[in-house]
Design a protein around this ligand. Structure first.
Ligand SMILES: O=C(O)CCC(=O)C(=O)O
Ligand SMILES: [Fe+2]
Length: 320
């Protein structure tokens, strides 16, 4: 471990124990590339609805999700999130054995006649954020006092989801149950979020007893931990509730990248996070099963059994 890693890991540990939300600068993802992917998605979401619908989300969880498709906070929302989105994952050929697994398969791409650069830019960005995720894994392991490569074997066939989002210019009205994105914690291990310069993201701070703004910062990713890592660390590292509220004055675009271990990775209290005085709070599960359980709770019509049920059982979802 280099001295710099040592310092970073200590800072990271503090942030992970505190809220699990932090900014990452000097992340190695070129600013040009970030601008390009936002530009391509602004163009995609400006296409006529029929063209967007051409790649409606499929059973592999790849493609376009219409406005209101997702309701992240059923208890407090009177309608779905005022956003539409796209899911891209790791490219897995339809005829491979791996494609039998939920969340796995080929991507659906917008028509190259309409958006000739879309696929190339998305693939380049996808690789860049995957590399960043791998570097973050090393720091997370160090932050937990583990060997730097601890998580590496669990990321041979990771579940990766890039999710460009478009929030329509609609004013959120929390007292009426209308939200750009309802309050939720992320399901997985790690989220690397790029946003445009429109504010809207808020996190719940228990110490303040309210939601506080997380403003976009030029050149930074907003990184947060999800429920899977909270579970894995027995609650030591936090997965914090967050939401998006918009003021209706402009469109907002953001691009989260969800970075999750292999479908069959066992998620069970890490030895460093439990002991006789601190028994495991959650039963063991797998990465894939955890995600399946979470998705079913928030996505209209999501049905994991539409894929082979045997696969489901076998699976039983700073500076760097
Ligand atoms: O758009 C944002 O800023 C946050 C999106 C988000 O929290 C999510 O997609 O999980
Ligand atoms: Fe989120």
């Amino acid at each position: 471990m280099s001295l710099q890693e040592d310092v970073l890991a200590a800072q990271l540990r503090k942030a992970c124990i505190d809220t699990g939300f932090f900014y990452v600068f000097n992340h190695g993802v070129a600013q040009d590339l970030i601008e390009q992917i936002f530009e391509e998605n602004r163009k995609f979401f400006a296409l006529p609805e029929a063209a967007r619908r051409e790649i409606l989300v499929d059973k592999n969880n790849r493609g376009w999700t219409p406005l209101s498709e997702e309701t992240l906070d059923r208890a407090n929302q009177t309608e779905g999130d005022t956003k539409e989105g796209l899911y891209f994952g790791r490219e897995v050929p339809a005829d491979s054995t791996e494609a039998a697994q939920p969340f796995t398969g080929p991507n659906q791409w917008p028509s190259p006649e309409l958006l000739p650069e879309y696929r190339r830019v998305t693939n380049t960005y996808f690789s860049a954020v995957t590399d960043l995720g791998m570097r973050m894994l090393r720091l997370l392991a160090l932050a937990l006092g583990l060997a730097p490569d601890y998580f590496l074997p669990m990321f041979g066939r990771p579940m990766l989801f890039l999710r460009p989002l478009h929030y329509i210019p609609r004013r959120s009205q929390p007292d009426q149950g209308i939200f750009a994105a309802g309050a939720h914690s992320d399901y997985g291990m790690l989220t690397l979020l790029a946003t445009d310069d429109a504010p809207g993201l808020q996190i719940w701070l228990p110490s303040a007893g309210r939601f506080v703004d997380v403003p976009p910062k030029p050149g930074a990713f907003i990184v947060n931990l999800g429920d899977m890592l909270e579970r894995w660390t027995n609650g030591l590292f936090k997965s914090t509730l967050h939401r998006v509220v918009t003021d209706g004055s402009r469109h907002r675009y953001s691009i989260p990248f969800f970075f999750e271990p292999n479908f069959d990775t066992r998620v069970e209290c890490l030895p460093c996070c439990c002991g006789p005085d601190n028994p495991p709070r959650y039963p063991p599960t797998t990465s894939g099963q955890h995600l399946l359980d979470k998705y079913a709770q928030t996505h209209a019509g999501f049905d994991a059994t539409s894929k082979t049920s045997s696969a489901v059982t076998a699976g039983a979802h700073a500076d760097v």
